[in-house]
Design a protein around this ligand. Sequence first.
Ligand code: NAD
Length: 330
Amino acid sequence: MKVAFFSAKSYDKAYFNQFNNDNRHDLTFFEVPLNEQTASLTAGFEAVCVFVNDVINQKTIEEISANGIKVIALRCAGFNNVDLKAAKSRNIKVVRVPAYSPESVAEHAVALILTLNRKTHKAYNRVREGNYSIENLTGFNLFGKTVGVIGTGLIGVSFCKIMLGFGCKVLAYDIRESEELVAMGVQYKALDEVFTNSDIISLHCPLNPQTAYMINQISIAKMKDGVMLINTSRGALMNTRDAIDGLKTGKIGFLGIDVYEQEADLFFQDLSEIVIQDDVIARLISFPNVLITGHLGFFTKEALEEIATITLGNLSDFESGKGLVNEVKG
Ligand code: NAD
């Protein structure tokens, strides 16, 4: 198929070219994201391949539909950036990569926890500057702590298993319980109980109208003083301004995020020579107990191989009229 590939980075090109066997698909890489302004680039293509910060709203869909696009292939798991209703009304199929390496994101969440807790980023810098003082680098043991996990799908399950391995007590909230986790000792609780009783809370549910801003002034008030919050899921699960208030009072003791509600204007770009206009992220960066990574939870070799293979497979299935196992229905 003729595929317009948006938000393309060097690693996308490398992995998709490597796994595009026999050059079955004709891939054209655009560095720009797909949105209302760039939708005109899709003229002459049959499919678009998009990522987390492409904006495939109604207007974008109307334009790509007029240009002949028949399928939107998300090279990610989340699909909150696609107007599914609009796609359906234009008879455009939406496919995604539901699972590519849940361990990649789960392990990144753990990396955020350990870095915030044991302050390895600060210790590294100190030693490089000849400063071997360990003053103010005190951490806490994970063993015996209570970890609250919101969303126990593929990534949440993997994360729970790691935290059980540390000797943590794991509480979970999900609209569906995992029998496997219950058998391993994870205790499902009401959401408020997870908020109230956890030393560390990690978000692994999708962003949707039910979960948007689930971390807000009210839920933060219910949490333990000094709670550690980890978000590797989607930025808008957390009201960032409310989290800043929680950090200022000390209610939130540590915040680790791989996602940010306004990340589309920032992430995946080198802005090191640019004056950032986003005062919210600037304030977040100023806290000594906040760790931000730029949406790289998924970014392992194993995950990139899976993403390329499954996305290209989804396009091949569409082209050959096979059932779409990874279709997202509106
Ligand atoms: P999944 O579909 O396997 O699991 C999601 C879980 O959330 C399910 O068990 C579901 O029942 C639960 N859920 C749905 N609505 C809920 C609600 N209202 N409250 C509580 N739980 C609810 O998805 P996954 O593969 O585990 O991925 C989870 C999320 O991680 C994705 O939606 C995506 O936003 C995010 N993600 C981030 C990265 C990254 O690089 N940082 C990469 C992949 C995925």
